[in-house]
Design a protein around this ligand. Sequence first.
Ligand code: F3S
Length: 771
Amino acid sequence: SLALNNVRRNASSVTPPYEKLIRNLDLIKNITSKEPLTLSEKILYSHLHNVEETLGSSTSLKNFRGEKYLKLSPDRVAMQDASAQMAMLQFITTKLKSTEVPASIHCDHLIVGKDGEDLDLKSSISTNKEVFNFLKDCSDKYGIQFWGPGSGIIHQIVLENFSAPGLMMLGTDSHTPNAGGLGAIAIGVGGADAVDALTGTPWELKAPKILGVKLTGQLKGWSSPKDVITHLAGILTVRGGTGYIVEYFGEGVESLSCTGMATICNMGAEIGATTSLFPYQPAHKKYLIATERSEVAQAADLALKRGFLRADDDCHYDKVIEINLSELEPSVNGPFTPDLSTPISKYSQTVKENNWPEKISAGLIGSCTNSSYQDMTRAAELVSQATAKGLKPKIPFFVTPGSEQIRATLERDGIVDIFEKAGATVLSNACGPCIGQWDRQDINKKSQETNSIFTSFNRNFRARNDGNRNTMNFLTSPELVTAMVYSGDASYNPLTDSLKTENGETFKFNPPTGEDLPSRGFLKGRNEFYPVKDPQPNEAVSINVSADSDRLQLLEPFDRWDGNELKTNVILKVEGKCTTDHISAAGAWLKYKGHLENIAYNTLIGAMNKETGEVNTVYDFDGSKHSIPDLMFKWKNEKIPWTVVAEHNYGEGSAREHAALQPRFLGGKIILVKSFARIHETNLKKQGMLPLTFADEADYDKISSKDVLETVGLPELVEKNGDNGGFLDIKVIKPSGESFVIKAKHTMSADQVNFFKYGSALNYIGELKRS
Ligand code: F3S
């Protein structure tokens, strides 16, 4: 069973516990007779809760990959405001007095982007007051560092303050791997996983395989770190990284800045990777010193000398992909999926072939992916080139700084001025348009007409940015977005084409130049955006959630399993892509993140019904037509348990645990699919659902809505408490009475079987704490 951890919290320390980690690593080296290890393995295994227990009688780690569950003790947890609500609501139910590892909360997702920083921040604070107060109270009570609205985007703040080579952290956001740019193993999880770490319960992860990406050559001209990952996404697709940690190596790494490496790791989420990371580099040291953490750099130097923070020679990668940076061409990825990668030289032709809009309607740069000093100075340099020739952006141009520190530094160095004088809108230091918080005025959201936008963000699912399903978001580097706003024309290639100036001259951009780090150092900016350095728990703080609130609702524990086979009806058979945005939409729904019942009204509203081709439409037993959540609420009230059947990579896209909580709350029992996205599958297990995959994919075609699915042998499976998954038979009973049995697979570890048995991971952890 899950033994509880005894991590002593030390909220102010940002140096990873290298002594302890190297001791663990030495132990592993002894047991495995110095087997060569990748960097990922070194960091991961040195964070094992109990090395000897995990290794057992094994004298090699080779067979662990993709097979064995690891119980890990992360060093730190970071949470953003949208997901922190549910993490905190769950933490409250544990009745603990403080978190056991240092943690931080960041208010970034709930800030709308519209009129620029001042106005947007004021109005967002007033709309979300109740939530921000709740998060602040939780932080004060449990000793969590609270970064308020306007302080910046979680991943940028983590990079500037907490990430460090060899650190292991969890974040309640899928782009948490951004911290891998500074050599950390940083994994995106749901709130329930974060609660594991916060309570000092070992956090479980199936040992990932390791994908090596060898970088050779050197970036030059227009090519940027963003192009490394958009190109890789094109090779690997949105599923190619599933089950892997992506570990970069090779001499090409040396030409990258620390923030550039963070951009690459950030978008590892788009290929489904568990996380991505870079080995400790001189660029890391420079960045640590620039962000006032020379003590971390010194400790890391020593750790490197002792064999930590780098891969061993002859280590084994499960797969290797090589990218020559010198030959890399900027690419444009999209629409609607981040892996549809088109080199800029082919973009114009591809637009024509696909009938995509010839006009670009807006350009947006910044976000957690691309708002570094390097990105912004390179973009601003392009703006300066155009301004010098009297050119102005032809379409709306938005700039989102990632943190107060970046914004203040850019302001001091005249970069903000360059953007604003050119007519760009500088938004608050928050997620804004990246997460549907873009109150867009220039396009009618209801119109069926498609429009294209260029962004330097990381996600481009439908309706992600402006809530409009017909907005095509093309992901690219900040440099290309910036050049593109001066044309607004999809056929323009800034690398080769010229623009006309007002006096009829031709103007061609020179390749952008910029600086990795500010030569005058970073400026902290406004004091009010900075939290207490070493927050202490304070039991006297009370947390009030009003029963009438429509934003927050205290949680009731889910029911335990009754010990019998599950007998469910198929409520919906989903066709094609079903991301967490389809299962629990963002945008306007973000405001209900802390209110499970209210947000449940968005459950699967983006899903396509395989049998009718309709979106958000299902039919009851009597043939009556319903929206998906309506029928789920109805069946919940009628006590009819249900199953959703779907295709590949179900739940891809984000760590959004609401996508698991909502179906569970609405009476769902089984999600049966061709394959799962890793985080979502774990989230389902944590909430006591039964996530299953078809042993034979062809069985998907044999199942229809209203079929009864009945497990065969579930009590035995739970009794056996089988480790690392296995098979479960499912009896399919058609409305005609005809029946047959299919085989399904589960990947539950022994602990996860207990999550199912007790009704949820939290119920189980609570049980352990009480016993
Ligand atoms: Fe925020 Fe978008 Fe990043 S939502 S955390 S800026 S992916």
